[in-house]
Design a protein around this ligand. Sequence first.
Ligand code: SF4
Length: 354
Amino acid sequence: MHTRDDARPAGQPLIIPIFIPHMGCPHQCIFCNQRAITGKTAQTPSVDQIQLEVNRFLKYGKKRPSTTQISFFGGSFLGLEKKTIRSLLRAAMPFVQAKEVDSIRFSTRPDAISPESLSLLDGFPVATVELGVQSMNDRVLYAAGRGHRASDTQAAAGQLKNRGYEMGLQMMVGLPADNDDGAMETARRIAELEPDFVRIYPTLVLEGSPLAGGYRDGRYRPMPLAACVTLVKRLFLYFNAHHIPVVRMGLQAADGLTRTGGLIAGPYHPAFGHLVHGEIVLDAVSSALDQMEKRPDPLTISVHPGMVSRVQGLHKQNISRLKTAFDLKNIVLHQDGRLAKGHLVVAGEHITLP
Ligand code: SF4
């Protein structure tokens, strides 16, 4: 399994996901349980299955946005056999020719990118390629059993850029031998590669992965959820400051956790991104209150109706934390549809969120 791979790019086009298990992947990343599941539930979909799935999506999918893509996710696409790559692309091609779908996207390992592998894509309408970078620190990559180096990612990113692909880079936090500073350094080196978007995933302990053994005998301790949310928030803000969209933070059940079962431990939360954004709001409101000489009580926060849950935080934790930190008896959330999302008014003071 390659739970790190997914496909929802910036701008949220309609993505038609086709899961491609990486049968016989020669690698064994410590966080991956693909060997445990290969041969049991994993099958490369046939051309007929792909066409059925795409037609099902096109029929029942949401209102069509500006862009629709068929996404091969779940494995290292360019690590598959050449004939499999070609047959998958050929299965998707007619939908693009019929203008029902705009283009194709896939995710792959950095060391699967080469002039030869990219030439397999010639003539096919592939627009977007995502790389599972995970870390830009060779020591961390080695400890994770990735089998590639940061220089492979740099070389791969250069080739993708030269060929004009939209490029997404995925990084992980909480890998063995990594820490907060290491993650920030990975973000800095990823930003240098000028991706069109990034995804940030926490390291989770999955049944059947080598990490599960390390967890059970105490050699690996996953990040606590709160620390992980705070680190991912710092990364989000870093990428945001460099105008790089973060299209996903955290895994969702649909990423394969439920497909394979087996989440043993780690900072998983079904609304991980929501937790990150909630903490960003908490920081922004706290900073505004810090600067006020006199804080009104009750404190009124005006917010777009679509932002209420973000301001409240999970289980309204933001409200209780603000009350405790600033000794407030009451906080009133005032919904104001005229306010743009991403804007708050705290006791009359306008705040723009990152
Ligand atoms: S490259 Fe690593 S994460 Fe991807 S399928 Fe192989 S072992 Fe799993």
